[in-house]
Design a protein around this ligand. Structure first.
Ligand code: SF4
Length: 334
């Protein structure tokens, strides 16, 4: 896997206030007006550790809305530091003819879109300034030029569990390269925290998030979309800014164990080293006699899971899968 040096530019040219967002809290990087020096300092720090990288990524804020001159300086900064490849993340509504031609001219290797949801009511309720049509068009336009990655959330304000699974199903079919799945957290310095305190928003439950992320993961993996992150990084949890929401330091591992439980429920036999005890308790006969599951095997397993469980995502969130998610939640909390 390519080694990527991450440069965070919190709230850069964002001009928005999505109700769940506090990028300073989750990245640990303080927002600054001078993006060039902010990037320079981070690159210098990372390179001082003596590691080598294949690529530089600009994350955070809304990169494609940064002033053109500044964007070009940021590209030059990466090239001057020896990087041959650059990727960035941005909001779907900033993909237009100018940014598309720049993606081509600067040979941007991948653009990650913070889509979060494809439900227009959810987008509006959470302060996202674009529609599902714009988001899908942005994906298609990027794919005509370079690789595309997506970020989706689960458990947003006014979002149903099945709608995030359906969003992943739709995007997985688009030949995108990477996906990140984030269960919603209530961060203290956000409007969502106010909704939480008033009781209007309840916060996410770990079992629900295992279920939703499991369905999303299965759709992506079945289509060979690489799921590069599930859950916020541990740094975010340590910031002390998470007031509520499903967070577990091994969230990704729990979701993969959930996938294994579904597979064993279909008669699959595994020796997967995730939350072993739970798997063994439920399916002792199918456990440990067989070779370890490798990362590559997940694709075929997820194709089977999609066929057996995910034809109807509303049914998926109520059936046997929900009981596995709930047992994993208990195991994770003990
Ligand atoms: S999620 Fe992105 S667009 Fe929304 S407030 Fe945060 S930085 Fe701005």
């Amino acid at each position: 896997m390519a080694k990527i040096l991450p440069v965070f530019l919190p709230f850069a040219s964002c001009g928005n206030k999505c109700i769940f967002c506090d990028q300073q809290a989750i990245s640990g990087v303080k927002a600054e007006n001078n993006l060039i020096s902010l990037a320079e300092n981070q690159i210098k720090t990372w390179l001082s550790y003596g590691l080598s990288y294949d690529e530089l990524a600009y994350y955070g804020g809304n990169f494609a809305a940064v002033k053109r001159q500044e964007r070009e300086s940021l590209y030059r900064l990466a090239y001057d530091n020896g990087f041959k490849k650059i990727r960035f993340s941005t909001r779907p509504d900033t993909i237009n003819s100018e940014t598309l031609s720049e993606i081509k001219d600067y040979n941007i290797s991948l653009v990650e879109l913070g889509i979060q949801s494809l439900d227009n009511n959810v987008l509006e309720a959470n302060g996202r300034p674009y529609t599902n049509v714009q988001a899908e068009k942005a994906v298609d336009d990027i794919l005509n030029i370079t690789d595309c990655g997506v970020q989706l959330m689960a458990g947003m304000y006014k979002q149903s569990l099945y709608s995030c699974i359906d969003d992943a199903a739709l995007l997985a079919k688009k030949n995108i390269k990477t996906a990140r799945i984030y269960p919603t957290q209530v961060l203290k310095n956000t409007a969502l925290y106010g909704l939480y305190l008033s009781g209007e928003y309840k916060g996410t439950d770990l079992a629900d998030m295992i279920l939703a992320a499991g369905g999303m993961y299965a759709h992506f993996t079945a289509e060979q979309v690489q799921v590069i992150r599930m859950g916020l990084p541990e740094d975010a949890a340590e910031s002390g800014q998470i007031a509520a929401g499903a967070h577990h330091k091994s969230f990704g591992d729990i979701v993969k164990t959930f996938i294994m439980l579904l597979y064993m429920d279909m008669g699959g036999k595994v020796r997967y080293s995730g939350f072993k005890k739970t798997g063994r308790k439920i399916f002792s006969k199918n456990y440990e006699i067989y070779p370890d599951i490798k990362e590559d095997d997940f694709k075929d397993i997820c194709i089977e899971i999609r066929r057996n469980y995910l034809e109807d995502s509303k049914r998926f969130i109520k059936g046997q899968a929900a009981s596995f998610a709930s047992r994993l939640k208990d195991a994770a909390n003990n």
